[in-house]
Design a protein around this ligand. Structure first.
Ligand code: ACM
Ligand code: ZN
Length: 761
């Protein structure tokens, strides 16, 4: 009965859905008309001007690939037709606007620019029915449209894993279909140099190949022990750039400097401050190495490496300029990206040449040395008529005069660069890193935290903290596809879709027209389009999800939800399964909880102790980057084995001491405290040491407990009290993280401390 009622209520909605096409990104304005138009194999395309050929060809190719036919193109035709009308440069020429009209007599496409015409075709494609048919019926509609941002970018890292020319072209098609207009091609990094440079043949003979690759999530469970690599010839690069240009996509090549240079150094060791020091001697000890340990090698694991380009030697500049000389004719776009991120200064501090350069040029420190290098390269690039882009580290030590900044470490770099009147492209990790998981329960290996569809959709490239007068400097935004854990086409598509659809509305759709509710309505159609393209995609948005909250009486609620249905089976401790509408379930003791819906399931273990679901406070609050769910995270009964991926279950601090105060609600006895923590030096994370314990009856006067004994094992820190304590309030004093020791990743920085649970017994 309930279901029938629901269906009746839904009918008007379904009717509306049939009326309003699912256009992604949502256009500026769309007015439904009366009637319809049908495309079949006899429909004619009329193009009065060869300048619209790219748009016409893309449309015909799309029809051929997805519906099995293409249309004849004529200069003139008197009957009904799909008409491409050139009104190029008649109206606002820099806006790339278009008008698309469908009525019973045909289709009219008018672009203000060639790009506008091309975008009209992308919209037209979305008016086609998703089902394959010889007769494609579309509703009468009139659309006026143009993009919100000029720079709508998508990056692909081809160094960590290499992708063929054919796959890069497919990627470009995907970008075009989402009205993305910049392809940032990350061509060089520690794990492989991927572009032929004729003057330096060893870059690809040596630098494009590594002797093995880390297996699993860093620091990994081993090494493939297989030679891996590949590169693009200059002829292939030209082919890709032309393919992109036909899709109104500009390719931005990235040549990393002065960090992330291991592959180039493997080819030309003299680029290093210390050509004699082996790559292996810098290699993180927790990762497995494959093959020759001597000399300079292409890296086999991920991260940031101390062996960078020497900024002291002239030879380095000669090399970098020679490379730029060959890059510039290959990439006709205005931008050259020089990286500039994550360059450790350890070698520069020890290098006589680098120190000499600092003295000679009156530089303050190694950060100014990095600025010296970037500014010198900018001058060179500017002289050749091109513009430099760098990651936000190029702000440190002074920004190059004309540089465009890509803000990736949050929004701060972008806000600062705009304040200095520099153009900015926003690409913050916390919203648009597509190497992050799409849900907390991601099964495949991914990097970093979680950037789900809602989060990406909700992103605004204009930071709320940016003064209005600076917003003109924000060119747009870009999502980044780092490929440490992306080895093949299916995984690449899975990480891209449907997040690219959300990104396209972030970049294109006017704020006033952006609506998650409308996006959710359109999403099923978009997923069917992905099916039509035979593209893989994530279904995480429709995943079964859990939320754990406080319940009265120091218990927990376990709440389940999904976008598909409220009905599912649940059971506890392997007992009888119950099928039903799931209200929050009360959990008040050790429990193995299990829920299933269709082919999805969640298993969650809850462990209770004297602190579970009690009031707790943290002082100060954790890092903004790792806030978890505040103090509740430490008493929610959940200890996850999935490390930082399930970021809600962790809190993190860097360089800050903090206290945890737990109200046990009554005088209670306890003699042992366990902290679920994390020891992961590769990520700058160290288990806390020398924790102090104090207790109180009034939360005002605390007395320290002396002679406690701590031991650490398997990410668990156990604190034993000398005798059983009796108190209502317990306070743990966690000192700030140690300085990271020399030789370890992040040496000299303050370590992170991560906690996920406090158990008191
Ligand atoms: C970056 O993610 N290192 C730019
Ligand atoms: Zn040096």
């Amino acid at each position: 009965m309930r279901k029938i009622l629901l269906l009746l209520l839904l009918l008007p909605v379904l009717y509306m859905q049939a009326q309003t096409p699912a256009i992604i990104p949502e256009p500026v304005s769309m007015t439904m008309g009366k009637g319809k138009f049908t495309i079949n194999r006899h429909t004619v395309i009329v193009a009065d001007d060869a300048s619209v050929n790219d748009a016409v060809n893309f449309f015909n190719q799309y029809l051929q690939t997805n519906y099995g036919f293409k249309l004849a193109v004529k200069r003139q035709h008197s009957g009904s037709a799909i008409r491409f009308i050139s009104r190029i440069f008649v109206r606002a020429p820099d806006k790339d606007a278009y008008q698309l009209t469908v009525d019973s007599k045909g289709i009219r496409i008018e672009g203000d620019t060639h790009a506008g015409t091309f975008y009209a075709v992308q919209t037209l494609i979305q008016l086609l029915p998703v089902e394959k048919s010889a007769s494609l019926v579309m509703p009468a509609v009139s659309i006026n449209d143009y993009p919100r941002f000029k720079y709508r970018g998508m990056m692909l890292d081809v160094s960590r894993h290499f992708f063929s020319v054919a796959l890069v072209k497919k990627y470009l098609d995907y970008l075009a279909l989402h009205k993305i207009n910049y392809f940032h091609w990350h061509l060089t990094d520690d794990q492989g140099w991927r572009i032929e440079i004729k003057k330096y043949p060893m870059l690809t003979q040596t630098g494009a190949w590594r002797n093995g690759t880390l297996v699993g999530r860093y620091p990994g469970t081993g090494n493939t022990h297989q030679r891996y690599g590949g590169y693009y010839t200059q002829a292939q690069i030209k082919e890709v750039v032309a393919y992109a240009a036909a899709r109104y996509i500009t390719v931005v090549p990235e040549i990393e400097m002065p960090g992330h240079g291991s592959a180039a150094i493997a080819a030309y060791p003299e680029l290093s401050c210390f050509p004699q020091r082996s790559t292996y001697s810098y290699y993180p000890k927790e990762c497995v190495w494959s093959g020759d340990t001597t000399g300079k090698q292409v890296q086999q694991t991920w991260g940031v490496f101390d062996d960078v380009f020497c900024a002291g030697k002239e030879q380095t500049f000669q090399f970098l300029q020679d490379v730029i000389d060959e890059i510039i004719p290959l990439f006709p776009g205005q931008y050259i990206h020089v990286g500039g991120d994550e360059c450790p200064k350890e070698n520069w501090k020890q290098c006589p040449d680098c120190q000499q350069r600092i003295r000679t040029n009156g530089l303050k420190d190694e950060h100014e040395l990095q600025s010296y290098l970037i500014q010198r390269m900018e001058k060179y690039i500017n002289q050749k008529g091109r513009k430099l882009i760098g990651w936000d580290e190029i702000l440190e030590g002074g920004l190059a005069p004309n540089a465009t900044v890509m803000s990736w470490r949050g929004e701060k770099g972008g806000i600062e660069a705009a304040a200095q009147k520099h153009p900015v492209i926003m690409t913050p990790t916390t919203y648009v890193y597509f190497d992050y998981a799409q849900s907390r329960r991601e099964d495949s290996v991914t990097n970093g935290g979680v950037n789900d569809l809602e989060k990406i959709y909700g992103y605004n490239p204009i930071p709320s903290a940016m003064p209005d007068t600076d917003t003109v400097f924000v060119l747009g935004a870009q999502a980044n596809m780092w490929t440490e854990y992306i080895t093949n086409q299916r995984k690449l598509e899975y990480m891209l879709f449907p997040r690219l659809a959300a990104l396209s509305e972030v970049l294109w759709t006017p704020l006033a027209k952006k609506s998650m509710e409308n996006f959710v309505r359109k999403l099923p159609v978009q997923l069917k389009r992905y099916d039509r393209w035979k593209a893989n995609y994530s279904r995480a948005f429709y995943q079964l999800k859990q939320k754990v909250t406080r319940a009265p009486g120091h218990a927990l609620y376990w709440e389940l939800s999904s976008r598909s249905d409220d009905w599912m089976t649940i059971n506890f401790n392997g007992g009888d399964s119950v099928w039903g509408y799931v209200k929050p379930q009360l959990i008040d003791r050790d429990t193995r909880a299990y829920a299933r819906q269709g082919d999805q399931s969640i298993s969650q273990k809850f462990l209770f102790n004297k602190a579970t679901a009690k009031d707790a406070t943290l002082n100060p609050a954790p890092s903004k980057n790792y806030p978890g769910e505040g103090s509740f995270t430490l008493v929610n009964g959940i200890i996850t084995e999935r490390k930082l991926q399930e970021a809600d279950y962790w809190i993190g601090y860097q360089g800050t001491a903090f206290t945890i105060t737990i109200d046990l609600d009554r005088d209670d006895n306890f003699s042992e405290i366990k902290l679920a923590t994390l020891q992961q030096p590769s990520s700058w994370i160290y288990a806390p040491a020398a924790i102090g314990v104090s207790v109180s009856d009034d939360k005002v006067n605390f007395r320290e407990i002396k002679d406690i004994v701590s031991s650490f094992n398997q990410n668990e820190l156990t604190i034993k009290l000398p005798q059983t304590a009796k108190a209502r309030f317990l306070r743990l004093h966690v000192p700030e993280g140690q300085r990271i020791p020399a030789g370890a990743p992040g040496a000299g920085s303050k370590a992170w401390v991560f906690l996920q649970e406090v158990s008191v017994n």
